[in-house]
Write a protein that binds this ligand. Structure first.
Ligand SMILES: Cc1ncc(C[n+]2csc(CCOP(=O)(O)OP(=O)(O)O)c2C)c(N)n1
Length: 576
């Protein structure tokens, strides 16, 4: 069949189940956008290319498929740079397509070319694969190589340049190959190793399951639930918390931020780690809380990237493969020998709930906004998370308020989207819109989203409120407002003591609810803790995107971050 290059690119992504595209069009892309629209794609233009990249990244996380982002030649793709870096560090398979001037222009010896920079050198070190479609008939092999590379090993971004001289080329092509015919899909682990792992699991006294964010980005939560029930043990989330697996909420504990997690880790004699890099936020699985029992603890590690085995800590049984392949293998191997509940499991579950309840209670003793002291951040988090909607998507952004959430959050969402590894603040609103748009496109129904964000972070991409409004997303943005880069104010105070200059951390007063109303959102302005929940509920009921401005206490937000010293152990330079 005949297809123009831009149409062929769409067909190749469709073969992977991708039908959502983010970017701002220009002459290199208008044909592609119109064709995508005709083919039933969800095509979303944001207000900044970095936001387009973050949206595509969130789309990949929530669908388990590659994300697709386009950036126009020159400044457009240059603007996407932070999102490309995020995809690399967050291990997200996002394919960036960029336009470029025709090669005849690029290769000329000239000065003063419009919208031109050599792009390949800017990006090739920030992606897993970078290539240019120089000839139309290379379209298939280059797009497939990008998807193959982005989805294999440690997932990550690819960059594909698409110079204007090839865009209109007409190709004679066959039906696109299904993924199984051109890349390894759902790769399982060596069957002997699976048997060895099953034996260790059966023999362990105190096993734990350590789940990282890839459990969710591969959309394998349901299978991991089966595995966890067969193992009948505590489930530990990598630090800062990932999404909760439906049906396992009561037996899941955040590493470090829940006391039950510390006890379960310390006492464990076997750790099955899934979908985690075993990075700094879990102390590489080998120091701090892991030190006790290190000598007797066995490690089974499910990891797609063979070169990752043994890097951060020794492993007893490596299971090299895709979670989509390996988890069902483990379930099959253990199906006939389910374990009895691990010792302590019932106690951990009881303690976990009691801890959450007591944190909620403790927050009641903190400022509720009366008497001239704005609402304490712990109270802000408790009240907002208590009304998190059932089956909602949670998106996090900010500094200190995120750290408060690790301890005080009262909800257990099945999808949590945030930038954990790279720690790039400002991603929240684009992540929220991208995840919600892609989820709705994939499932045909809109789930509510709640973005809990700090103010400075919210300002990065506040223009994307318009995108959320345009796409009619049931999103409520709950903004903790202290008019400062709170976490950095805390750094000043810790470094120099009270009363020193805090230069560069304070900014002027504004009203996010009013800004939201200007974008067509439902705005709420809240100064008292008891009004937070009702304001959020009114925002959802309004049928509009909601922006809830909550005044929080700048002093508490910068000085009282819970378990801040624990958080700093992630950065204990040179000691690990
Ligand atoms: C892109 C980016 N720039 C800077 C930082 C460093 N940083 C981490 S937290 C933070 C302060 C965030 O302020 P705000 O969003 O208001 O949250 P708060 O700490 O006040 O809750 C900064 C500047 C970062 N992580 N990412």
């Amino acid at each position: 069949m005949a297809a123009k290059v831009y149409e062929r690119i769409l067909q190749l992504f469709e073969a992977e189940g991708v039908k959502t595209l983010f970017g701002i069009p220009d002459p290199n892309f208008v044909h592609m956008f119109i064709t995508a629209e005709k083919r039933g794609w969800t095509v979303v233009a944001p207000h900044h290319e970095a936001a387009a990249g973050f949206m595509a990244e969130a789309a990949s996380r929530i669908t388990g498929k590659p994300g697709v982002c386009i950036g126009t030649l020159g400044p457009g793709i240059a603007n996407a740079a932070p999102a490309i870096q995020c995809a690399l560090v967050e291990n997200s398979p996002v394919i960036y397509l960029s336009g470029q001037r025709a090669r005849v222009t690029e290769q000329r010896v000239r000065r003063g070319r419009i919208q031109f920079v050599k792009q390949m050198p800017l990006f090739e070190n920030s992606v897993k694969y970078a290539a240019s479609i120089e000839y139309g008939d290379q379209t298939d092999e280059i797009i497939r190589q990008a998807i193959r590379t982005s989805m294999s090993g440690t997932p990550g971004p690819s960059y594909i340049e698409y110079p204007s001289h090839v865009i209109q080329e007409e190709l004679n092509v066959a039906e696109p190959l299904p993924p199984t015919r051109y890349r390894l899909v759902n790769q399982g682990a060596d069957i002997d190793k699976v048997a060895e792992a099953a034996k260790l699991i059966r023999e362990a006294k105190n096993p734990i399951l350590l789940v990282g964010h890839a459990v969710h980005t591969t959309r394998m939560a349901a299978a991991v639930k089966d595995l966890a029930l067969l193992m009948n043990c505590p489930v530990i989330q990598t630090s800062g918390g990932t999404s909760y697996i439906a049906g396992l909420e009561d037996r899941t504990f955040q590493y470090v931020f829940s006391n039950a997690s510390i006890e379960a880790v310390t006492e464990s004699d076997l750790c099955l780690a899934l979908g985690t890099e075993l990075g700094e936020p879990v102390h590489y699985g080998r120091w701090r809380y892991w030190m006790k029992n290190e000598a007797i603890r066995k490690w089974i590690y499910v990891e797609q990237d063979a070169a990752a085995i043994g890097v951060n800590r020794p492993i007893d049984v490596p299971l090299v493969g895709d979670l989509r392949g390996v988890v069902p293998q483990l379930v099959a191997a253990l199906r006939d020998t389910p374990r009895k509940p691990a010792p302590g499991l019932a106690k951990f579950m009881k303690d976990g709930q009691a801890e959450l309840d007591s944190l909620a209670e403790e927050s009641l003793t903190k400022s509720d906004g009366a008497g001239g002291v704005p609402i304490h951040t712990s109270r802000f988090v408790v009240e907002a998370t208590k009304v998190f909607p059932k089956d909602g998507i949670m998106i996090r952004d900010g500094g200190a308020t995120v750290i408060f959430q690790w301890t005080y959050s009262q909800c257990k969402p099945h999808d949590v989207i945030w930038n954990q590894n790279f720690g790039h603040i400002g991603t929240g609103l684009p992540y929220a819109t991208g995840a919600m748009i892609a989820d709705a496109a994939a499932t045909g129904k809109k789930r509510p989203g709640m973005l809990i964000t700090s103010d400075s972070s919210f300002l990065f991409h506040i223009g994307e409120l318009e995108t959320a409004v345009r796409c009619k997303l049931p999103l409520v943005c709950v903004v903790g407002v202290d008019y400062q880069w709170g976490l950095e104010v805390g750094v000043y105070k810790r470094t120099f003591g009270q009363g020193t200059s805090e230069i560069g951390t304070h900014w002027g007063k504004l009203r996010f609810d009013k800004i939201g109303e200007g974008f067509g959102c439902h705005g709420e302005y809240v100064t008292r803790a008891q009004d937070i929940g009702p304001a959020i509920q009114r925002a959802y009921a309004s049928g509009k995107v909601g922006v809830v401005h909550v005044d929080i206490d700048p002093k508490a937000n910068s000085e009282e971050m819970p378990k801040y010293a624990e958080f700093r152990t992630w950065y204990a330079e040179g000691t690990q």
